[in-house]
Design a protein around this ligand. Sequence first.
Ligand code: RIB
Ligand code: CA
Length: 318
Amino acid sequence: MQQMILDVDTGIDDALALLLAVRHPGVNLRAVTCVAGNASLEQVVRNTLTVLDAAGAGDIPVAAGAHRPLLSEAHSAAHVHGADGLGDLGLPESSRTVVPLHAVELLRREILASPTPVTLVPLAPMTNIALLVRLYPEVLDNVERIVFMGGSASVGNATAVAEFNTWHDPEAAEIVLTSGAPITMYGLDVFYAVTIPPEDIVRLAASPEPGTQLAGRLLQHLVTVKGSEVRVAGDGHGDIGDAGAVCAAIDPDGLSTTHLPVRVSLADPLTRGQTVVDHRTAGHDQAGAGDPLFRRIDVALGINSARYAKLFLDTITR
Ligand code: RIB
Ligand code: CA
């Protein structure tokens, strides 16, 4: 059984990721921690609890974490995720409540309590994870791998060069990426590739089963929004976004990664939040692969998108 924890800013694709993690038979979702990102912290918590209801989740502990980035001001992503962060679908409030712990304390408790090393899956700005690493670095001894959705070895989405999660809290991303933990970067280079065809979206949305229906309705919203993204095929397919990172955590053989030095741009306003991925080989004369500050992590540059789309659909409709 894979011990897993998700850190989310539930939004639409975080919701798809939660549905997948809750329903996969090989995953023990030990906890879910919330952070401001796509929506305010309060809204993210409400959305997360609502999605766990629809997923038919058991008593999975949920905790609220940082309400803003370490240094930057919080930014909204309502233009993608809707005013409520879940596509303004009018979903019912959950009767679930958060545990009376800060997210960092819940992360520490659940990581240290796990009988086997935990796979930590940040799907949001990494403010909670950075605070965890700085407050309790010893917990990394029981972290199998951090598989995070964020960054890009190519172009950005929040800005021309920065992906939303690393752009939202660049300092947090830099702290995590230089923590020394085994890390997989599931960035924009693969993020949009795992898509669900229109006929499957219709089938999901027509399901009487709440979690399956929610997945379909969320994908339908994404299709209407993503059609405006020049990079995403406007052919009615809906990408599963963050849920692809959970697929990569469950089935890493579906991902093609390269072990590369990565830093996060902090000071330059033009590139702030960019993950600077050094593709050069060693032995060159500029700062990079030879620079001790550049930590090598596993950067996803290729993906078996059909394999992950099948994993997602098979699991969601179980
Ligand atoms: O850039 C995409 C990321 O930003 C996803 O995690 C999405 O949910 C938003 O948080
Ligand atoms: Ca997210």
